[in-house]
Design a binder for this molecule. Structure first.
Ligand code: GDG
Length: 477
C-alpha cells in the first residue's frame, strides 16, 4: 500500500476546471471556491491529497487517470463512467437525496439501480482514500454524494481519524424514513469519528435517527455504537474567504464595473439582485412572484426599480431542473411583458456563469439582495454579498430556511412560503433608512470577518483530531 498523506480530503469533485488549449490540449486550473481556499494551507503543510472526480467520463474499465500535482495539492482523480454519472450523480445523489434532504420541495425519486451505482462509486472513493492515507492519517469526507465512504473506509483502515461534513440540510425523521436505504446511509455516516452539519438542527436530526433507525444509545451529541466506538455529531457553519471578496470589492476594476452595471441598467433608484444556481430549492419563483405582485399593485415600478437575476446553469440533464428552467423563464417573460418598457426590462435574467470579479461587481452594485431559498444548508451567496459591501450599504432579504440566518441576524428575515410577508419584507428592505441600512450591514460584516472559512476548517479539524475531544466524549458516558 502506498500510504502517503497525513491529510486526505475526499469530495465528489476535484477543485479544478478543465482548460482546453487552442490545439485541443487539456490542462487543469484550480477552480475558485471556499472549500479549496480553506483547505489549501492545511493541505500544503501536511502533504495533503484531494480525492475527487474530474467532471468528465471514462469508458468502463479504463485505467484511472494518474494522480497529479497542482500548485500545492496532490490530486487523485476517481474515474466515473457515463452510466455512473447518470445513476450515482444525477440519480441517487441529485434525484433521490437532494430533494429528500431539502424538505422534499420536489418529490424524491428512487430507483434501485441508482443505489447500486451509489454503493459502487462510494466504494471506489473509499479505496482511493485507503491507498492515499498514511498511518493514522486524518481523512475528511465531504457531502451527500459520499455518505457511505466513512464506514467503507473504516473497514479497510481502522487506524484513520475520519471526519464527515454535510453541506446540505440533514432531514428530520419523517422525511429521512422515506429513504429506501436509510439504515445503510446511517451506518455509512457512523463510520466517521465526527459528523459535521451546518446547523444544530441537522445534528439533532442525525442523533435522533441513530436512535430510531439503528436502535443505538445516544448521549447529548454523541452516538454509542455496539462495539463501544463513539461518534460525535456537531454543527460547524461553513463560511467564505472574506479577505478575498473584500480584496476584489476594493479593486478599482470591480468598483468601476459596479458603476457601469448601474449605468447600463439606466441608473435605477433601486437595483434588486438575485444570484443562485438554477435550483428549485432556491425559491427563485417565489421572489419573482413577490416582485410581480408589487409591480402590479404599483408599490414598486419600472424604471425606478429593476431586478437582476443571475441563474447559473446547473444539473441540466436532471428533469426537475429542466422543468424549473421552463417555469422560471416563463415567469420572467410574463413580468417583462406586463411591466417592462422599451429598453428597460423589469427583470434582467442571466442564465450564465460569471467570474468572481463580475459577481462581486454585481454584489457591490445592488441595493437589495434577495436570497429566498425554501431550504438551504447555509447559502454562501448571502455571505459573499455581505463581505463585498465594504461601503456598509445595501440590504439583505434572507430566508429563515437558509442556514445563514443563524449568523446574519441583521438581515431582513422572510418566510418565502408566505407571499404577503415576503412582499412586506422586500418593501421594508427597499425603503430602509440609510442609517439603519449601514448599522445592519456593519454588524453582519463584523460577524463574517471573525467567522471566515479558514476558521470553519480549523474548528472542524481541531474537533476531529484533538485529544480534548476524545476526553470530552469519554467523560460523557
Ligand atoms: C451547497 C449548499 C452551502 C454562483 N454562481 C456563480 C458562482 N456561484 C457561486 C456562489 C457561491 C456558490 O456558487 C453557491 O453556493 P451556495 O451556498 O449559495 O449554494 P450551493 O451551490 O447550493 O451549495 C449550500 C454550500 O454548499 C457550502 O456548504 O452553503 O447550502 O446547497 O460561492 O458565488 N460562482 C462563479 N460564477 C457564477 O456564475 N464563479
Amino acid at each position: 500500500m502506498s500510504a502517503k498523506s497525513s491529510l486526505v480530503v475526499v469530495a465528489n469533485r476535484l477543485p479544478v476546471d478543465r482548460v482546453t488549449g487552442p490545439d485541443g490540449s487539456v490542462t487543469w486550473r484550480r477552480s475558485p471556491g471556499g472549500l479549496v481556499t480553506a483547505m489549501q494551507p492545511v493541505l500544503s503543510t501536511q502533504r495533503g491529497t484531494w480525492i475527487g472526480w474530474l467532471g468528465d467520463t471514462s469508458p468502463h474499465g479504463a485505467p484511472a487517470p494518474e494522480p497529479f500535482q497542482l500548485e500545492d495539492f496532490r490530486l487523485r482523480p476517481v474515474p466515473l463512467t457515463s452510466e455512473e454519472v447518470t445513476r450515482y450523480y444525477e440519480g441517487f445523489s441529485n434525484s433521490s437525496l437532494w430533494p429528500l434532504y431539502h424538505d422534499a420541495v420536489e418529490p424524491a425519486l428512487f430507483k434501485r439501480r441508482w443505489w447500486d451505482a451509489y454503493q459502487r462509486v462510494n466504494q471506489r472513493f473509499a479505496e482511493a482514500a485507503a491507498e492515499e492515507a498514511a498511518d493514522g492519517a486524518t481523512v475528511w469526507v465531504q457531502d451527500y454524494q459520499l455518505q457511505l465512504v466513512p464506514d467503507l473506509l473504516r473497514q479497510m483502515r481502522p487506524d484513520l481519524r475520519i471526519g464527515f461534513f454535510l453541506h446540505i440540510p440533514f432531514p428530520p425523521f419523517e422525511l429521512f424514513m422515506q429513504l429506501p436505504r436509510r439504515a445503510e446511509v446511517m451506518r455509512g455516516l457512523l463510520g466517521a469519528d465526527l459528523v459535521g452539519f451546518q446547523r444544530p438542527l441537522g445534528t439533532r436530526n442525525f442523533v435522533n435517527l441513530a436512535r430510531h433507525v439503528l436502535d443505538l444509545k445516544t448521549h447529548g451529541n454523541t452516538v454509542l455504537l455496539e462495539d463501544g466506538r463513539k461518534v460525535v455529531a456537531d454543527a460547524f457553519p461553513i463560511s467564505i474567504d472574506v479577505a478575498e471578496i473584500e480584496r476584489l470589492a476594493q479593486s478599482a476594476e470591480v468598483q468601476a464595473r459596479a458603476k457601469q452595471i448601474r449605468t447600463d441598467l439606466g441608473d435605477p433608484k433601486t437595483l434588486i439582485l438575485g444570484v443562485d444556481r438554477l435550483d428549485y430549492t432556491k425559491g427563485i419563483e417565489r421572489r419573482f412572484k413577490a416582485f410581480r405582485e408589487l409591480l402590479s399593485e404599483g408599490r414598486l415600478s419600472v424604471p425606478d426599480t429593476v431586478m437582476v437575476q443571475v441563474a447559473t446553469p446547473s444539473r441540466e440533464r436532471v428533469e426537475h431542473y429542466q422543468s424549473l428552467r421552463n417555469k422560471v423563464e416563463r415567469e420572467v417573460g410574463r413580468i417583462n411583458g406586463e411591466y417592462g418598457q422599451v429598453g428597460v426590462p423589469a427583470v434582467h435574467y442571466l442564465h450564465q456563469s460569471y467570474n468572481r470579479a463580475e459577481l462581486t461587481a454585481l454584489y457591490c452594485a445592488a441595493d437589495v439582495m434577495v436570497v429566498t431559498p425554501l431550504r438551504d444548508g447555509m447559502n454562501l451567496v448571502a455571505k459573499e454579498y455581505v463581505a463585498a459591501r465594504i461601503d456598509d450599504r445595501g440590504t439583505l432579504v434572507l430566508s429563515e430556511f437558509a442556514g445563514a440566518i443563524d449568523e446574519l441576524r441583521q438581515a431582513f428575515a422572510c418566510n418565502p412560503h408566505d407571499l404577503d410577508g415576503l412582499k412586506q419584507t422586500l418593501l421594508r428592505a427597499v425603503r430602509a433608512p440609510e442609517a439603519e441600512v449601514r448599522r445592519r450591514m456593519r454588524m453582519m460584516r463584523r460577524h463574517l470577518r471573525a467567522h471566515d472559512v479558514e476558521r470553519w476548517a480549523a474548528s472542524f479539524l481541531t474537533a476531529l483530531g484533538g485529544d480534548n475531544h476524545t476526553q470530552l466524549q469519554n467523560s460523557r458516558f
